[in-house]
Design a binder for this molecule. Structure first.
Ligand code: C2E
Ligand code: MG
Ligand code: MG
Ligand code: MG
Length: 290
């Protein structure tokens, strides 16, 4: 009877709910452990200039391989990190690691012009962010213009003066700001006129539908024209096919990124990819940096 009463006390948790809560706790613990142990990695996806086919820069994308859970996609662990308060630690790690890697490449004569790091909108609520970015630059010796920070319109969501001041202070360091997933939020146009950005990234949903949907074509060409008239770099995301590339190039889209060129690669694979693309370019850049 005692056992039954005990069970009754917990009746309003379904066993399924308990499992979910438990699994979340386990994942959060594992994520924190992996972060502390240096087991998260950054992979780098090339961004290709439309006109010349050369490299604009690379985007750093976090990868988490856990011995028990396997490869966990960023869509899952970034959301988890945002909920459990780990996102700032991940952002700081990504900043430092991307700057360190870029400085190492430069020292080896592999001249990648800029590395883009994704930061959560939540991170911009911390007024210490400009100091954190400055410290990452200083520790690596990387010049600010070699760092691009990708933000989303989520930054504007709370319409908070302090947040905007933080964004402006970060831009004031000389780093480039890029507006990610452009066109998907509810305040895209007000974001480009309010935020001190250098670049917009046309969301991959528009690129995906270029062939099949004339509305996607209209949005893509409007975004590229807005970027051109504001003097911003426009990067199209998720370019997978040759017809998509041709269409975007016809609109004189500055740069493209997607599986057509390369997925995100581990650092050593990115270096081989660069050398395969254009051994001549790599050689010139070795000379230029030396
Ligand atoms: P995002 O910043 O918009 O990154 C682009 C995503 O599209 C990446 O997914 C990339 O691997 C994927 N992608 C690239 N080319 C193609 C393509 O041709 N086709 C398709 N279908 N997808 C393509 P990933 O790496 O899974 O990252 C997903 C999202 O997770 C990112 O979207 C970003 O919002 C977030 N994320 C990743 N790393 C970090 C990080 O270090 N910090 C933060 N805060 N967020 C991150
Ligand atoms: Mg991004
Ligand atoms: Mg994006
Ligand atoms: Mg995205």
């Amino acid at each position: 009877e005692a056992k039954n009463a005990g069970r009754g006390a917990f009746r309003f948790y379904s066993p399924g709910m308990n499992e979910q809560v438990h699994e979340r706790l386990v994942m959060v613990g594992a994520l924190k452990e992996s972060l502390d142990a240096g087991h998260l990695q950054l992979h780098y996806q090339p961004q290709i200039l439309g006109e010349t086919g050369r490299l604009l820069g690379v985007e750093a994308l976090a990868r988490w391989h856990h011995p028990q859970f396997g490869q966990v996609p960023p869509s899952r662990f970034i959301a988890l990190a945002e909920e459990c308060g780990l996102i700032e630690a991940i952002g700081e790690w990504a900043l430092c690691e991307a700057c360190r890697q870029m400085a190492e490449w430069r020292a080896q004569g592999i001249a990648v012009r800029t590395v883009s790091v994704n930061l959560s909108p939540l991170h911009f609520r911390n007024s210490r962010l400009p100091a954190i970015v400055a410290a990452a630059l200083e520790a690596s010796g990387l010049p600010p213009e070699a760092l691009t920070l990708e933000i989303t319109e989520g930054v504007m969501m709370d319409r908070c003066e302090a947040t905007l001041a933080t964004v402006e202070a970060v831009a004031g360091l000389g780093v480039r700001l890029s507006l990610d997933d452009f066109g998907t939020g509810y305040s895209s146009l007000s974001s480009i006129s309010t935020l001190p950005i250098a670049e917009i990234k046309l969301d991959q949903s528009f690129v995906r539908d270029l062939q099949s949907d004339k509305n996607a074509r209209a949005v893509a060409s409007a975004v590229i024209r807005i970027g051109q008239s504001l003097g911003l770099t426009v990067v199209a995301e998720g370019v997978e096919t040759e017809p998509q590339r041709r269409f975007l190039q016809g609109l004189r889209c500055h740069a493209m990124q997607g599986y057509l060129f390369s997925p995100a690669l581990a650092p050593k694979d990115l270096v081989s990819w660069l050398q395969r693309q254009d051994p001549g370019q790599a050689a010139t850049e070795v000379a230029a940096v030396a």
